[in-house]
Design a binder for this molecule. Sequence first.
Ligand SMILES: Cc1cc2nc3c(=O)[nH]c(=O)nc-3n(C[C@H](O)[C@H](O)[C@H](O)COP(=O)(O)OP(=O)(O)OC[C@H]3O[C@@H](n4cnc5c(N)ncnc54)[C@H](O)[C@@H]3O)c2cc1C
Length: 382
Amino acid sequence: MTSPLVISGAGPAGLAAALTIASAGGHPVVYERQRDVGGRFHGDFQGIENWTTQQDALEELAALGIEPTFEVTPFREAMFYDPTGREYRYRSPRPLFYLVRRGPEPGSLDWGLKQQARARGVEIRFKQSRNRLPEGGIVAQGPRGADAIAIGFVFETDMADGAFAVFSDRLAPKGYSYLLIHRGRGTVASCLFRDFHRENIYRERTIAFFRQTVGLTMKNERHFGGTGNFVYPPTGRRGRLLFVGEAAGFQDPLWGFGLRYAMLSGHLAALSLLEGHPERYDARWKKRLGGLMRSAMVNRYLYQRLGDDGYVRLMRRLGPDDDAREWLRARYAWTPWKWLLFPMAKAAIRSHRREKICVQEGCDCTWCHCHRTLDIEGKKCR
Ligand SMILES: Cc1cc2nc3c(=O)[nH]c(=O)nc-3n(C[C@H](O)[C@H](O)[C@H](O)COP(=O)(O)OP(=O)(O)OC[C@H]3O[C@@H](n4cnc5c(N)ncnc54)[C@H](O)[C@@H]3O)c2cc1C
């Protein structure tokens, strides 16, 4: 029997790596500190973006050996709102994104990946935290700080299916608010990139906005929140340790779409370890994800300079007859003028990976972990 390849973290990145190793006849062992997969999520809807490549996202995942053994729904249309409340309907003949659910429940992305992994003989050891991997392996432990947070509710509703988003600094500074409805379930959230201390105010404004504009109704609502972390790392490797997904900082810096990055980087790291050449990993992720991430970093740099007036101008530029998917794909392409802007963007967008703590006494923030970590003065925050 081959010696096991160790993976720490059973999120999409870790499980994609495990699937690749198992499919090649290897022996992956995944350590997960929670008692099941998806423990950081709450049954909330997320989207697998389908606008950064010509190739369809699900086809790309299938080529990596990841089958849609989870509930997945294509969305070809979404309603957007600018800060004045003006409505824009954006469509595409091909799916703009694929709606999935996160969390441990049957049907979720996490559950589907777990089922697939088990069917291929992957060993997952729950309730076992692995912070050190002296033998080398794959680190897939998720975000290490909060560069963005999402805070909102998951709920039941009588509303019709739909996807809605608002760009407004009043609702989500330098980010966006979103509402996703599918088959009587919904997720509403404010996704902020600044001013985390006032997260509850932005969440309430977001709820009020959607109540007024689309008649949001919620039953059995449950609060949820989570953090996102992005950084363009010089390397994804430390010796025989390969970092994947958000543990490496891989995520779309513009809007925080990290699922494709997670599964792709997990797969690429696994290939490199299977070949016995971990040093090949950097070249691999840079080829597939590097240009995309650098381009999205420049997009974030420009986007966060726009402000409310700029969001209005931006949204008016995309006409109702344009193919929104193609429009977005062009904006994510790595072009020569982005080479010039990238150093500025990188310098301006400082990751908060090292700042795990908040300076407030007794906080209950989504973004800080001070109830788990010592604060600056060496005292517990609460
Ligand atoms: C509210 C919210 C909404 C989002 N919406 C979208 C979206 O619509 N589209 C999109 O593409 N992305 C979205 N994202 C981002 C996306 O969820 C992440 O990029 C993705 O989950 C990253 O996958 P990962 O495998 O790297 O990390 P995770 O999914 O965080 O998985 C990491 C796993 O490692 C485990 N772990 C941590 N430490 C240890 C340890 N020491 N030992 C063992 N196990 C450990 C954790 O318990 C966890 O299960 C969203 C994120 C949030 C928070």
